[in-house]
Design a protein. Structure first.
Length: 693
């Protein structure tokens, strides 16, 4: 993205002898360096680039000058609140492109800029070396160098200034042997001193810094487990938050680090939905948790800062947060800004809702779906400022209770300006907060939500079925400029999404889709109970709704690591935890397979040398074989090097040489390979890896 440059230093004040110019010329007239196309820069710097702590930030730009003089280019970076910049020298690539790589260890807002200027001493030195090599007289050139050093000394620190003047005297000493003077002029010590003292005359700088938002590592690497607390109780009983605490050992054993709870607030009685989304209720129907607002334990109306009385108390919730933290798990809370007709805001702030001509309040609709039990909030309300503050205070309340991760329901139906303000306001005091956007909508809308502050985003992954479209979509998210602001969180299912491939493919589809979600994306999630139980029955043909959906009733699930799908989840999450290659997305590369039902891809970690190669069978019914053509360079393998691949799901190990290999997968056994690529000398180090999984 092109961006204008500006002077780093103002032009010197004209001396008394300088004639007044006949015309007014631009202040930047003596600036010779040009900086263009800094990257990464989201919309030219309008929105922050996203990174996590110590994740490499590679900055590139075009920088050049007129003529043949050499330039220097430095990358400047700092926390947004700091007055002073830190600098890193940029190195030339090709075609006037420059690059530098840094890591930012502190979470919060940062910014970078680029400064470039003509390096006068380096330009002189280049020409001087050529003249010496050509056997030309360089006595005058040595005097030029001395003058440059004395000019630089005027701007240098006192110790450097003294050295520069002394060196200038030595270069001008005509009684000294020429070879000694030439050697001194071309010495590395003098070059380093001149670089350090360079006053950067007429330097160019980006017109404005590029913002960078640095999050904690869980913003980029996380595994989410979704469960309804009310379904964790004893048979035929309403589950509680204490039951969720009892479920934590199972979540921990499965290897998930985020436990996501749908809304835990009082549920409305008015227009309450019955089982399977029926309009008529029967005694005992519990309603939808997203119909927020209903009676508390004392009978008074409760809302977004209250807990459903049958789930427990705020003390129970605090105990849950603490118990989860002891196991390395964070509680993610659902924030759904909508109200049941029984929400206290409906009575206290009717101006926050849309009134129809007949005096009724408009309920939520997504034709042909109707949600009579939910009133959407009107973000065009005249009292919008008080509304925004009230919604902000909902987040703030749960932050006080220890929640650091929020899954936000349907943010695309609320004002962009609100999200940009509220996320920035909350993160100003709590930069560790993470916000997951649940917006299955148009791509540009999803991207905008990510740009204005959402940390992670749901995606179209659930509906990308064939290998070619999975490859195309994952490459877009990880290999284009989208990766600088959009962090995908892949979910094979949700309480609202039960796709054809899961219904029709049974356990092989559940396994393959889980592997794809967990390895294509460094963050993934699963609506866990149906997955573990293999309960993928839908309400009716063509529907993505579950039969006997937990959204409208209690299910009383039972869990055990002896369950095959639970054991598979645990193994997959252990692989993710043990292999740094799966902790990020930028290294994702696809490998050609001569079978359009097989998908092959790899991820690598430069720091550790870890490399993972995944092959998945997208056909849940038939065994598939194909010739795999590996991109050996992406795996860090030499063309004729022998290496081993260790299947971390089955324990099998194969020895390969060359880029062409044959792979086959049967849905009756395991529909995926997750290979650890072992170069020579690595096999012994990973020999026991399968046993540890």
């Amino acid at each position: 993205m092109k961006q204008a440059t500006r002077n780093h230093n103002p032009p010197p004040t004209p001396t008394a002898k300088a004639a007044a110019p006949r015309v007014r010329l631009p202040d930047a007239g003596r600036r010779r360096a040009v900086i263009e196309n800094p990257a990464p820069a989201v919309d030219g710097g309008a929105f922050p680039v996203k990174r996590v702590q110590n994740e490499p930030l590679r900055v590139e730009c075009d920088a050049f000058t007129d003529g043949h003089d050499r330039i220097r280019v430095v990358l400047r970076h700092r926390r947004a609140a700091e007055p002073d910049w830190r600098e890193t020298e940029m190195r030339p690539l090709v075609n006037d492109r420059w690059a530098a790589e840094i890591a930012l260890p502190e979470i919060g807002p940062h910014e970078y800029s680029v400064v470039a200027w003509v390096d006068r001493f380096a330009a002189w030195r280049d020409a001087f070396v050529k003249k010496v090599a050509a056997g030309q007289d360089v006595a005058l050139e040595l005097r030029v160098a001395a003058r440059l050093l004395r000019e630089d000394a005027e701007h240098a620190a006192s110790q450097d200034a003294a050295q520069l003047r002394s060196l200038a005297d030595q270069l001008e000493d005509e009684d000294a042997p020429p070879a000694r003077r030439i050697g001194l002029a071309t010495s590395e010590d003098l070059e380093r001193l001149a670089r350090r003292a360079d006053p950067r005359r007429h330097a160019a700088e980006l017109e404005r810094p590029i913002p960078v938002e640095v999050d904690r590592p869980r913003a980029a690497f996380s595994a989410w487990y979704e469960v309804f607390p009310r379904s964790l109780g004893k048979p035929d009983a309403h589950g509680t938050l204490r039951d969720v605490i009892d479920h934590l050992p199972h979540v921990h054993a499965l290897g998930f680090d985020v436990l996501y709870l749908p809304p835990i607030h009082p549920i409305g009685l008015t227009h309450r939905k019955g089982r399977n989304n029926r309009l008529e209720t029967e005694p005992g129907d519990v309603g939808s948790p997203w119909a927020i607002g209903g009676p508390k334990a004392d009978g008074s109306p409760g809302g977004h800062t209250d807990i459903h009385p049958e789930l427990g108390t705020i003390d129970d919730f605090r105990d849950l947060v603490a118990a989860a933290e002891e196991r390395g798990i964070e509680i993610a809370l659902d924030i759904a800004f909508q109200c049941s007709p029984d929400h206290p805001w409906v009575r206290e702030h009717p101006e926050w809702f849309t009134r129809l001509p007949d005096g009724s309040i408009r309920y939520a609709e997504n034709p042909p779906k109707k949600y009579q039990d939910i009133y959407p909030i009107n973000f065009d309300a005249e009292d919008w400022q008080n509304l925004w503050v009230a919604l902000r205070d909902v987040f703030a309340y749960w932050v006080e209770q220890g929640v650091k991760i929020f899954r936000v329901d349907n943010p695309h139906t609320k004002a962009f300006g609100f999200w940009q303000w509220v996320i920035a306001d909350l993160k100003a005091n709590h930069p560790e907060l993470i916000f997951l956007s649940e917006a299955f909508t148009r791509p540009k809308v999803m991207n905008r939500l990510a740009k204005i502050g959402f940390t992670q985003s749901y995606t179209y992954f659930a509906w990308r079925r064939d290998p070619w479209e999975l490859e195309q979509y994952a490459a877009e998210l990880t290999q284009t400029e989208v990766a600088d602001f959009f962090r995908p969180n892949f979910w094979p299912n949700t309480p609202d999404i039960l796709t054809d491939q899961l219904v029709e493919g049974g356990r092989p589809a559940l396994m393959s889709r889980l592997v794809l979600a967990a390895t294509l994306s460094s963050s993934y999630g699963v609506y866990a109970p149906p997955y573990e139980a293999g309960d993928v029955r839908r309400r009716e043909p063509g529907s993505e709704e579950y039969l006997d959906s937990e959204k409208y009733q209690i299910r009383n699930w039972r869990f055990s690591l002896e369950n095959p799908m639970s054991a598979f989840m645990a193994r997959l999450n252990r692989i993710r935890a043990d292999h740094p290659a799966l902790h990020a997305n930028r290294s994702l590369r696809f490998h050609h397979v001569a079978n359009d039902r097989l998908l092959a891809y790899s991820k690598t970690d430069a720091a550790s040398g870890d490399a993972i190669l995944v092959v998945v069978n997208a056909d849940a019914r038939r065994e598939q074989w194909g010739e795999l053509r590996l991109d050996l360079a992406a795996l860090g393998i030499e063309h004729h090097e022998s290496f081993a691949v260790h299947d971390l799901l089955t324990g099998a190990r194969y020895h390969w040489t060359g880029e062409r290999q044959v792979v086959g997968l049967s849905p009756d056994s395991c529909p995926a390979h997750v290979f650890h690529v072992e170069r020579q000398g690595q096999a012994e180090a990973t020999h026991d890896e399968f046993d540890s999984v």
